[in-house]
Ligand binder design. Structure first.
Ligand SMILES: *Cc1c(COP(=O)(O)O)cnc(C)c1O
Length: 248
């Protein structure tokens, strides 16, 4: 079976180039305002709902990191992009079910959304069986501490969902490498308040895990504030690729 090569039309390529120039300028301005070196911040292009051709075009424009949030969509997209001879770093940023770990470890370079000890165990087992090198992982933390939503819980000793136990499980997992933290600002919170709180959590976390220096925070609407509070990775979708047709 032949696959349609992952390509985009010239007008789409121009659109992506313009979006990328704008986002890069926003990141550079935010770094300057925060007195930070631009090289400290990595752009992760969130390509969910957009086709493999957009990923290939972005890679051609110098984007080395892409993010996806659903395995059903990401697995075939990663295969299509690889078939085009392009190898970005794939970041898995969505809620991950344990039965999807075996698929995700085959194409992901980083899983940013580990938020329970049980998930850490499933991911470690899958990575040990399905990869020949360790998988980089981040703990997704809950900024508002609401256990009903995603994210490990700071200041909680819950053996499955507490930030301490999750980080310890990842740090001790043979096939995983703990890189740091990821968070999403809670709905209805001012970015300022959300990322100030996240900076506190991060400072505490780094006392126990000084090597784990990644902080993935900030999206299209709030990346400047996140960079002001120390984000090392921003995950940008709509400002780069356009408004998604459906909310996910
Ligand atoms: C979709 C998504 C993003 C990107 O959001 P935009 O507002 O489109 O930039 C970032 N992080 C996560 C976890 C996402 O699911």
């Amino acid at each position: 079976m032949t696959q349609t090569p992952a390509t985009v039309r010239p007008d789409r390529r121009a659109e992506l180039a313009a979006g990328l120039a704008q986002v890069r300028a926003r990141i550079a301005d935010a770094c300057a305002a925060a007195g930070r070196d631009r090289a400290e911040v990595t752009l992760v292009a969130v390509t969910k709902t957009y086709p493999a051709g957009d990923v290939v075009a972005l890679a051609g424009l110098g984007v080395a990191d892409v993010g996806e949030n659903r395995d059903q969509e990401a697995a075939p997209k990663a295969a299509e992009v690889a078939a085009a001879g392009v190898t970005p770093r794939w970041h898995f940023i969505g809620q991950l079910q344990r039965n999807k770990c075996r698929s995700v470890v085959r194409y992901a370079d980083v899983v940013q959304s580990v938020d329970s000890v049980r998930l850490a165990g499933a991911l470690d087992a899958a990575a040990a069986a399905g990869r020949d090198r360790p998988l980089d992982v981040l703990v997704q933390v809950s900024i508002d501490g609401d256990p009903a939503r995603g994210g490990a819980l700071p200041d909680s000793t819950d053996p499955d969902r507490g930030l301490g136990p999750v980080a310890a499980a990842l740090a001790g997992a043979g096939a995983l490498r703990l890189g740091g933290l990821m968070a999403v600002a809670p709905l209805g919170w001012e970015p300022e308040r959300a990322f100030a709180r996240l900076a506190e959590v991060t400072e505490q976390f780094r006392r126990d895990h000084p090597q784990a220096t990644v902080l993935s925070a900030g999206m299209s609407g709030d990346l400047e504030t996140a960079i002001g509070y120390g984000a090392t990775h921003v995950r940008v979708g709509s400002a780069l690729l356009g408004m998604r047709p459906t909310l996910r």
